[in-house]
Design a protein. Structure first.
Lengths: 328, 323, 319
């Protein structure tokens, strides 16, 4: 097993919102190895996006702050770097792409300007050389007429093309880690298939590790080597992708998988997880999923479960994950 | 298709938006958002409409609802053509068909209490006496899985899923026969989406509703629909039962769409048909078959003539030269 | 773009026609006229003299005829003869326009050079004590009637320490009439205008910068490792300037019409000064000419605003 490129340890990111302290990320551990695709999955408000912004140290200021933890990139704790040192890491060693390619690109700068900017910032490169590299990179991500497109503005491109430009921009310095936050959520299915295909190609050709943040378990099944399921600011299950779909062990993961209508079979009645996510400003004492869990016992309401390794490489935050007879 | 009278019959419905240019706003062309769509919906059935953004599915919904003026074609509700109705006659017929929107945040007036929101269509139509309103609203709230006490609260006090329940309660308040749902669960999380889908299924049984259910999510459409139509660039390219469509799609676009959709399972790894390029600009649609620019099975005839929707197998309609 | 500009210019014609018709008839409907304002009320047989002068100047004709005559003359480049100053309107307004142009350009330069940097500076430290302090000062400056600054500047910099001239648009001496001389005389009035007007820009700039700073693409720039000063200079400001440029176009149109009160206080012979004098003397030909010029300036300002908008925003293209 190769060494982790990224190791996140006990990360806590809190927000002040209307005089309440919101525990958006509440003790998250995460490991990503070189060339691995890790999917961070969960529903809105589970903390998956804040985890990624914390890794980039781009948590919205001044409301949010990283309270504690370690973010080790090849052994270097990013939380100990100065802001100046951190800007050398962003776009260079870790890159990020976002959900809305429409709003994530600057409307008044040409595509080429936005790509070369990264090279001129992180690489000793002349302008001409950087522009040439930008064209090559656009060709590499499958943009037709790349030599013309570099001189165009984002509004002149389609949604799928814009996301390709975002990927080209993120990959141009060949980072060790790419974080993609819901990169295909705003795209149509046929375009989503193209973009996911491209991201896999990036991993294969550059050996870049990929953290893919998504709410879509279909995307997870398609892309993931390993999966980390988050609920209410915490990791509730973490394992390899095959195990997750064959033997999901946390009741939340199971419920989630059963809530999705099937594409290939007729579903008579769909399971639905009752209730809603607890308020992040006032999490319950015990298990955060207990009041929606069909298996909840008095113990669950009293004590919070820890993330335990129930089988080698399979971590679950549930008192009953390995007690057999767990069926939802 | 049966000969029994359809609840909703749409005949060659068109909705064109003019493209205007210059200082004088001259009309230089049309975006044919809906271009000759026909289908029948039997009472108690659900018709799902799937397609990618810009295919015209939302415009179709709003044109059926008479929120947008149809450019041409007929909309028959219980055999009555409503495409030309206006004013009082239109308002009266609106009781029969209601709409549920994608964004429960935007479609509920934040300054109105839940009771006022739900009772509004009842009051406007004079269906319920003022003193009966609290009881009627309480009953509706319980039907959609909320509490009767929620009457006096305001939309911002509810979560997204609860707001969608309020939207549904408002829609069923006038006891409609048809509900047009436009991406009604698309903005919701998976676990909440399942709750709302089940609610809609239950109400369909309980109240004998029919749905036109518009969504980009193929799995959701399969779950809720009896018949499914696939739209591409303003045209209905395939229309059949859900079993037929999902097991044996005939149109190359339906095939590609289904193969691109992702399933939350590691077992069903299917061969994907990767479509090249993007959907063409609806203001300048291709000649011939609208799909020919991206079709992996394109033939010469596809570039010249547009295929019409034909019954390729019993109850399986497709607009493709291959069939 | 060229076609668009030509069409816009043609589009101005009906508006100018409407504006001049309106002003012409309103002006003549007001009690009194130029002749009464001109002649000494103590001379004998006023009525006869008045009638004679009215006939001489065509003032006895029906208004539509008078307007038609004025219009035909203007189209021939003849703006008429000033009743009050007894010289061709063109010769009166020529120097006034030049003076006002200098004042307007100078004032606008001060406004932008003060307002935009202050706005950017505030946007870099929003909701801080310094930001609030500067905002408060801006509100005070904006609220003070602007002639107060004129009086203040004249007292300190022209009377107490006579560094700058406080009167006239040109001076005497070897440099008289040169551009430098003009600029020298326009300095104090320009500063007095800018002291108030720059606050509009600092508020706008601050607001626009903060709006843009919240956009997704600014987060993208940070995720690329771009340094903060570059982010603000390049990614934020280039978007924030789009609404500013529109405002600039409108402002230029307004300023070129003349700053009436400021020019009056500084006895600065610009368009505003000439207009005020003409109005008090019922000097119809001058009033009509300044109306026309002012209207043209405002309309051109709008056009310039739209053109500049297309220059800074690639999403806007005119065909």
């Amino acid at each position: 097993m190769s060494e982790a490129v990224l190791s996140v340890r006990n990360l806590r990111t809190y927000f002040m919102y209307k005089d309440a302290e919101v525990h958006a990320v509440d003790g998250v551990d995460l490991d990503v190895r070189a060339g691995e695709i890790v999917c961070l999955v969960g529903e809105s408000g589970c903390g998956k996006s804040m985890t990624s912004l914390s890794i980039m140290r781009l948590v919205p200021q001044p409301a949010g702050r990283i309270v504690s933890g370690k973010i080790l990139l090849d052994g270097v704790d990013l939380l100990r770097l100065s802001e100046d040192e951190m800007t050398d890491v962003r776009g260079n060693q870790i890159s990020m792409i976002f959900q809305e390619p429409m709003t994530a690109l600057n409307p008044v700068l040409t595509v080429g300007d936005q790509i070369t900017e990264v090279l001129l910032r992180h690489r000793r490169m002349r302008k001409r050389e950087a522009w040439q590299r930008a064209v090559e990179m656009l060709e590499f991500v499958g943009v037709a007429r790349a030599a013309q497109i570099v001189h165009e503005y984002p509004h002149q491109l389609s949604g799928g093309m814009r996301q390709r430009v975002m990927i080209a921009m993120a990959m141009v310095c060949e980072p060790k880690l790419l974080i993609a936050d819901e990169p295909t959520t705003a795209l149509d299915v046929t375009i989503q298939a193209q973009v996911l295909d491209l991201m896999r190609k990036m991993r294969d050709d550059f050996g870049t590790a990929l953290i893919l943040i998504t709410h879509d378990l279909g995307v997870v099944a398609e892309m993931a080597d390993r999966v980390v399921v988050m609920y209410a600011g915490q990791v509730v299950e973490s394992t390899d992708a095959d195990t997750l779909f064959e033997e999901p062990s946390h009741p939340y993961t199971r419920g989630l998988l059963r809530s999705i209508p099937s594409l290939s079979d007729d579903t008579e009645t769909l399971y639905s997880i009752p209730g809603t996510v607890p308020d992040a400003a006032a999490f319950p004492e015990g298990c955060r999923f207990a009041d929606r869990c069909p298996l909840a016992q008095p113990e669950c309401l009293a004590t919070a479960p820890v993330l335990r390794e129930v089988r080698p490489g399979h971590w679950v935050r549930c008192h009953f994950a390995d007690k057999g007879s767990v069926s939802v | 298709m049966t000969t029994a009278q359809a609840l909703l019959e749409v005949q060659d419905l068109k909705k064109y938006f003019p493209v205007q240019k210059g200082v004088l706003r001259r009309t230089v062309g049309y975006v044919k958002a809906v271009d000759g769509v026909s289908f029948r919906l039997q009472p108690g059935e659900t018709l799902g409409i799937v397609g990618e953004s810009g295919c015209g599915k939302s415009t179709l919904a709003r044109t059926i609802m008479r929120v947008l003026e149809p450019t041409a074609g007929k909309i028959l509700l219980d055999g009555q053509d409503i495409s030309q109705l206006s004013g009082k006659a239109l308002r009266r017929i609106r009781r029969k068909f209601q709409m549920v929107f994608q964004d429960p945040y935007a479609s509920l007036n934040p300054r109105m209490s839940v009771q006022d929101i739900i009772a509004e269509p009842l009051v406007v139509n004079g269906l319920v006496a003022a003193r009966d309103i609290p009881a009627v609203v309480a009953d509706l709230l319980e039907k959609v899985g909320l509490k009767a006490d929620d009457r006096q609260r305001y939309p911002h006090e509810f979560s997204g899923g609860q707001r969608q329940r309020i939207g549904i309660a408002r829609a069923i308040a006038v006891q409609p026969r048809l509900i047009v749902a436009d991406e009604a669960v698309s903005a919701l999380d998976v676990s909440i989406q399942a709750q709302i889908l089940n609610l809609m299924q239950g109400l369909k049984q309980e109240l004998g509703l029919s749905y036109v259910f518009i969504s980009h999510n193929l799995a959701v459409v399969r779950y809720i629909s009896d018949q499914v139509g696939v739209m591409y660039l303003g045209h209905l390219v395939e229309l059949t039962t859900k079993q037929a469509l999902y097991q044996q799609p005939l149109h190359p676009y339906s095939e590609a769409l289904l193969s691109a959709a992702l399933e939350p399972s590691r077992k069903h790894k299917r061969e994907r048909i990767l479509l090249r390029g993007d959907v063409p600009n609806p203001a300048h649609p291709p000649t011939g078959c609208p799909f020919h620019t991206r079709c992996p099975k394109v033939m010469d005839v596809c570039r010249q003539s547009r295929p019409t929707l034909r019954e390729a197998a019993p109850g399986h309609w497709v607009a493709c030269h291959l069939h | 773009m060229a076609g668009y500009v030509v069409r816009r210019l043609f589009g101005m014609i009906p508006m100018l026609f409407a504006i001049t018709v309106f002003v012409f008839f309103m002006m003549h409907m007001a009690p009194g006229n130029a002749i009464e304002a001109m002649i000494n009320p103590r001379i004998k047989d006023i009525a006869a003299l008045k009638h004679q002068l009215e006939v001489q100047n065509g003032l006895n004709l029906p208004l539509p005829v008078q307007y038609w005559r004025w219009l035909v003359n203007v189209l021939h480049g003849n703006f008429g003869w000033s009743f009050g100053q007894h010289e061709p309107v063109i010769e009166l307004l020529g120097p006034a326009m030049y003076n006002t142009l200098i004042l307007a350009v100078l004032a606008e330069a001060f406004i932008l050079l003060l307002g935009i940097p202050i706005g950017i500076w505030q946007a870099r430290r929003p909701y801080s004590k310094l930001d609030y302090t500067v905002s408060t000062v801006s509100f005070v400056l904006f609220s003070v009637p602007f002639f107060v600054f004129a009086v203040f500047l004249i007292y300190f910099f022209a009377i107490r320490w006579p560094v700058f001239p406080a009167q006239n648009a040109t001076g005497t001496g070897p440099l008289a009439g040169t551009l430098l001389d003009h600029v020298w005389h326009a300095l104090l009035p320009a500063i007095s205008i800018a002291l108030t007007a720059h606050t509009v820009y600092s508020r706008y700039t601050r607001g626009a910068m903060l709006d843009v700073a919240r956009q997704d693409y600014v987060r993208t720039a940070r995720a690329k490792g771009i340094r903060e000063p570059v982010i603000y200079r390049k990614h934020v400001f280039r978007n924030a300037r789009i609404p500013l440029v529109t405002q600039l176009g409108f402002d230029l149109g307004g300023l070129l019409g003349g700053a009436v009160i400021t020019e009056g206080l500084f006895s600065y012979q610009g368009m505003g000064y000439v207009t005020i004098t003409a109005v008090s003397q019922r000097d119809y030909p001058v009033i009509m000419a300044t109306t026309l010029i002012f209207a043209v300036c405002v309309l051109l300002g709008n056009l310039v605003a739209d053109i500049l908008n297309a220059v800074v925003d690639p999403r806007i293209r005119y065909q």
